[in-house]
Design a binder for this molecule. Structure first.
Ligand code: CP3
Length: 359
C-alpha cells in the first residue's frame, strides 16, 4: 500500500502480538483484550498517584503519564496499553480554558457561542504545544517493548471535541451543539476543519513518537441522526480518518449509541470499528465493511455483576464473535470508577483461556 511521503517509517516492534495481529484481521494466538479507561479511579494505585495532583498536571508530566499508563499493564494481562491522556488536551492549546473538575467532569470557561469564537481558535503545531504527549509515548514504549505489549495513541473526533467546546461541559442532549450546527453551518464547517487539522497533526506526531495503533474517539456522535452525521460531520471526519490511515498504523474508529450510524462510520474504512453493548456483536459486525474488524462490546456495568452473570455474558460475546479473526475484546464504553479490579483481571484471563489457539 502507498503511503504519503510524510508518513513515518513503519515500526515492526511486537507486530506478532495478539493485539496487532487482530488489528490486521489475522488469526491471533488468542482474542486480545484491553479496556477503554483501563487506567483510572477504580485502581487504588491510580488514586494514590492522582492525590493532590490535577488531571492536566499528570498528563503534562511525562514521568507521571507513563507511570499511570503502566499501572494496568502491571496489574493485569491486558494485550495493549493506551496512553494516559485525554481527548480534550488539545482544547487549551487552541485557546479554550479547560479544567477537569473533580466529581463534575471537564469544564470550559470560555465555550464557543458565536462564529467569531470559532475564528478566534488557534490551530498551533502540536509538537510545540503538546510535546509532553510525545515524550510520554517514548517513555512508555521503553517500558512496554520488552513486555511484548503495543501502545495505542488516540485523539477525539471533530464532532465529539466540538460538543465539549460548544457545550462547555458534558451533555445528555447536545442542544447547544445542535443549535450551533443548524444555525451557523458555515462556522460549524470551519470548526470541523480546525479540529480536522489539529487532530491529524497531533496523531501524526503521536505515531512518529511511537504509537503503534490509534483510536479515534467519537464518543457522542451517536446523538446525531444519519442525515446530520452525513451532512455536518462525516466530511471532515472522513478527511481526518483518510489522513490517519496514511500514517501506516492500524486505526480504530469508536462511538457509542451508534447502531444507526455503523454503516456510515464503517464506510470511512478504518481497520476496526468500535461498538458499544446495545447491539449484539454479530449484528453490529454485519453492519461493517467486508474484512473490517470489530472492537467491543461488554457493558462496563457488567463488571459489577456477580461472576456467573459476567462469565455468561463474556461467553455470549465470544460466541457472537465466533472465533472470527479481527475481534478485539473491550468494553462498549470506558471502565467505571466502581469497577472491582478482581473482575477486570478475571475477564481478561478468561477471554485468553477460552480463545487460546493450539492450547
Ligand atoms: O483509556 C484510558 O485509560 C486512557 C486515558 C483516557 C482518559 N480519557 C483518561 C481520563 C482516554 C482515552 C480518555 C478519553 C476521553 N475523555 C473520552 C472518550 C472516551 C469516552 O469515555 O467516551 C471523553 C469523552 C473524555 C472526556 C472526559 N475526560 C470526561 C467526560 C471526563 C470526566 C468523566 C470522568 O470519568 O471523570 C474526563 C476525565 C478523565 N479522563 C478521567 C480519566 C482517567 C477521570 C479523571 C480523574 O481521575 O479524576
Amino acid at each position: 500500500p502507498q503511503r504519503p511521503p510524510s508518513a513515518p517509517a513503519v515500526d515492526q516492534t511486537n507486530r506478532d502480538s495478539a493485539f496487532l495481529t487482530a488489528m490486521r484481521r489475522e488469526r491471533a494466538p488468542h482474542t486480545p483484550v484491553w479496556f477503554m479507561r483501563q487506567a483510572g479511579r477504580y485502581m487504588p494505585e491510580y488514586r494514590a498517584l492522582r492525590a493532590g495532583r490535577s488531571m492536566l498536571d499528570c498528563i503534562r508530566t511525562p514521568d507521571l503519564a507513563a507511570e499511570i499508563t503502566m499501572q494496568p499493564i502491571k496489574a493485569f494481562n491486558v494485550d495493549a496499553a493506551i496512553l494516559f491522556n485525554d481527548i480534550l488536551t488539545p482544547l487549551p492549546t487552541m485557546g479554550l480554558d479547560l479544567d477537569f473538575v473533580g466529581g463534575v467532569g471537564p469544564q470550559i470557561a470560555n465555550r464557543i457561542e458565536t462564529p467569531a469564537d470559532v475564528d478566534r481558535l488557534g490551530v498551533p503545531a502540536t509538537a510545540e504545544t503538546m510535546p509532553y504527549t510525545m515524550e510520554s509515548i517514548r517513555l512508555v514504549r521503553q517500558q512496554l517493548d520488552p513486555r511484548g505489549i503495543p501502545l495505542i495513541g488516540f485523539i477525539g473526533a471533530p464532532f465529539t471535541l466540538a460538543s465539549y467546546a460548544i457545550e462547555g461541559k458534558g451533555s445528555k442532549t447536545y442542544d447547544r451543539t445542535k443549535r450551533f450546527m443548524y444555525a451557523e453551518p458555515a462556522a460549524w464547517a470551519r470548526l470541523m476543519g480546525k479540529f480536522e487539522a489539529i487532530l491529524g497533526d497531533y496523531l501524526e506526531q503521536q505515531v512518529r513518537a511511537g504509537a503503534q495503533a490509534v483510536q479515534v474517539f467519537d464518543s457522542w456522535v451517536g446523538m446525531l441522526s444519519v442525515h446530520d452525521y452525513r451532512t455536518f460531520v462525516k466530511p471532515a471526519t472522513d478527511r481526518l480518518i483518510q489522513r490517519v490511515k496514511g500514517l501506516g498504523v492500524p486505526v480504530i474508529y469508536f462511538g457509542t449509541g451508534t447502531q444507526h450510524l455503523l454503516p456510515d462510520m464503517a464506510s470511512l474504512g478504518t481497520d476496526v470499528v468500535g461498538a458499544d453493548w446495545r447491539l449484539p456483536l454479530d449484528e453490529a459486525w454485519k453492519l461493517l465493511q467486508p474484512g473490517q474488524g470489530i472492537q467491543g462490546n461488554l457493558d462496563p456495568l457488567l463488571l459489577q455483576a456477580p461472576w456467573r452473570e459476567l462469565k455468561h455474558q463474556v461467553d455470549r460475546i465470544l460466541a457472537e464473535a465466533g472465533g472470527r479473526p479481527g475481534h478485539i475484546f473491550n468494553v462498549g464504553h470506558g471502565l467505571l470508577p466502581e469497577t472491582p479490579m478482581d473482575n477486570v483481571a478475571r475477564v481478561i484471563d478468561y477471554v485468553h483461556e477460552r480463545t487460546a489457539k493450539g492450547g
